[in-house]
Design a protein around this ligand. Structure first.
Ligand code: HEC
Length: 140
């Protein structure tokens, strides 16, 4: 009888423990907090606005550097997105599309926390704006 009881206790512990652990591991992502964008960037003009000749390079750079997290169509569903703690906004969303180009430049090139910095990986101004133009062209 005593033996059975300890076996039962063991089973209960395994089940209850596993149940509780599932809450710890499957956590929700941290909601995207507002960005603190320096004024210089907020006021920054896009010198390449509407420049179609940058479409191709923008797409190539996006595929190389950004797609793994932000996904093919900018929905924030790339293969690496699942391991991110912070929520990624969709580039097709109204909220994102309404952002000033200089704000998007700051977010894309300077970054913060889990959003990497691309200052050295994308050193040319023209290429940086090509990526900004590309993600701002992502509409539903
Ligand atoms: C390793 C994954 C990863 C890669 C690669 C990545 N990003 Fe991000 N990005 C994130 C995460 C996570 C956030 C949300 C960060 C936050 O809110 O603190 C983010 C946020 C952004 C934002 C602000 C909008 C939003 O979703 O919150 C822009 C714009 C952005 N990324 C552009 C880019 C561009 C352009 C590239 C490629 C040059 C790129 N990202 C590459 C993970 C990534």
């Amino acid at each position: 009888m005593k033996k059975h009881r300890s076996l039962l206790t063991f089973i209960v512990i395994v089940f209850v423990g596993g149940f509780l652990l599932s809450f710890v591991t499957v956590q929700d992502k941290v909601a995207s907090a507002p960005w603190d964008i320096p004024e210089k960037y907020q006021k920054m003009e896009n010198p390449y606005v509407g420049d179609k000749s940058l479409d191709r390079v923008g797409k190539i750079l996006y595929i190389k550097h950004c797609r793994s997290c932000h996904g093919n169509t900018g929905e924030g569903d790339g293969p690496k997105a699942a391991s991110m703690k912070t929520e990624i906004l969709s580039f097709t969303s109204e909220k994102f599309q309404e952002e000033a180009d200089g704000v998007v430049y700051y977010q894309s090139i300077i970054g913060r926390d889990e959003m990497p910095n691309y200052e050295s990986k994308i050193p040319e101004e023209e290429d940086r704006w090509a990526v900004v133009n590309y993600i701002k062209s992502m509409k539903k």
